[in-house]
Design a protein around this ligand. Structure first.
Ligand code: NAD
Ligand code: WQD
Length: 341
């Protein structure tokens, strides 16, 4: 019997490449599309090497609807996972139109073609950023979304709403939004991982680049927050665990186990970790000293947020299994691989 095929848009990126591996390992056929605006072919080669499968790759911009239509005509997938988006929060404040244009157009094109070409199942990459500074912790899927402080965050809220309204209106279209907390780490093979361009905005790549000597010193943004050690708290989710959540969610749609046409799941560990705890854990598991200093607070930072993951645990039958230490060891192994250390 032919394998079930899944389109992975943005599959040359960080989370998309790990998800492509997890899908193939779970028995799916994968087609990767990407415009390589924030990635390169190394990740696709990494996916091929890890899985031993010559995964088809097509260089396509999802904002180009006619080019995207060619992909829909060429491949018979019933399901798609849409990762393709820009994701730098700070840049989105400086260049809002770039973010609204890319993140909204790419998603609308995918949805329109799903409809026009009779495809059924779509997963959307949403973010814990939609919760802002929560009133109560941990956040559940029913916690209120807060007005976003960035155009990037707005695109996530808007795309969630577009998916909700489309699945309500168009018969045969089913969707799930996965709200990722803070993805980190890399595949244990060290063949794929996170490769930010320029100075990293996110904590873990800044830590690994500092350990590798690419950055001089990690600035910890604030140690005077009302948390036990004064630093901010997040729910850091291993990217391999996160990839597994996509397999669970797309399988739910493909097998018709969804309870509504549109569902939302938090994807985190359910555990809050402070910046200082993470730095200390990184030093300990990798047996090194990190050069860091306490700096001022970063504008717009949430003080603390972590997930209630009961819904994903029960409904998707999925749970994060990797420990913080395992993940930080994998992140360091990947950085060393990239730097040839
Ligand atoms: P990434 O930049 O590594 O991957 C995104 C990929 O999409 C890149 O390979 C990029 O080249 C591609 N892309 C962008 N616009 C495109 C377009 N118009 N057409 C085709 N390809 C396009 O980012 P990531 O960390 O893997 O994030 C994947 C998704 O998850 C994004 O939607 C992001 O907003 C979301 N997300 C990420 C995080 C995080 O912290 N990494 C957290 C929550 C949500
Ligand atoms: C984590 C913690 C920083 C860098 C962002 C987006 C969010 C989502 C994930 C996409 C914070 C501290 C960081 C540094 C530091 N992305 N930090 N020094 O801000 O939780 O979320 O990425 O959807 O939308 O906003 O992640 O990794 O930037 O920061 O002290 O050099 O690390 O202050 O407390 P954040 P982050």
């Amino acid at each position: 019997m032919a394998k079930e095929q899944v389109l992975v848009s943005g599959g040359a990126g960080y989370i998309g490449s790990h998800t492509a591996v997890a899908l193939i390992e779970a028995g799916y056929d994968v087609v990767i599309i990407d415009n390589l605006s924030n990635s390169d072919m190394n990740a696709v080669e990494g996916v091929r090497k890890i899985t031993g499968v010559d995964v088809p790759f097509e260089k396509v911009d999802c904002c180009d609807k006619e080019a995207l239509r060619v992909i829909f005509k060429k491949y018979p997938f019933r399901s798609a996972i849409h990762f393709a988006a820009y994701k730098a929060v700070g840049e989105s404040v400086d260049e809002p139109l770039k973010y609204y244009s890319n993140n909204l157009c790419s998603f609308i094109n995918i949805l329109e073609l799903m409809r026009e070409e009779g495809r059924e199942n779509i997963l959307f990459s949403s973010s814990a950023t939609v919760y802002g500074e929560p009133d109560a912790l941990p956040v559940t899927e029913n916690s209120p979304r807060k007005p976003s402080t960035s155009p990037y965050g707005n695109t996530k809220q808007m795309c969630e709403d577009i998916l909700r309204d489309s699945t309500a209106a168009y018969k045969g279209l089913k969707g799930i939004a996965l709200r990722y907390f803070n993805p980190m780490g890399a595949h244990p093979s060290a063949l794929i991982g996170e490769l930010p361009r320029g100075v990293p905005n996110n904590l873990v790549p800044f830590i690994t680049q500092t350990a590798a000597g690419v950055r001089e010193c990690l600035s910890i943004f604030g140690d005077d927050y009302p948390t036990p050690d004064g630093t901010c708290i997040r729910d850091y989710i291993d990217v391999v665990d996160l990839a597994g959540a996509h397999v669970a969610a797309i399988s739910r749609l493909i097998e018709g186990r969804n309870k509504a046409n549109y569902e939302i799941f938090n994807v985190g560990t359910g555990r809050g970790v402070s910046v200082m705890e993470l730095v200390k854990a990184f030093e300990k598991v990798n047996n090194l000293k990190l050069n860091y200093r306490i700096a001022g607070r970063r504008a717009g930072d949430t003080i603390e947020v972590w997930a209630n993951t009961s819904l994903a645990n029960e409904e998707l039958g999925w749970k994060a299994t990797r420990t913080l230490e395992e993940t930080l060891a994998a992140a360091w192994a990947w950085e060393k691989h990239v730097r040839g250390l």
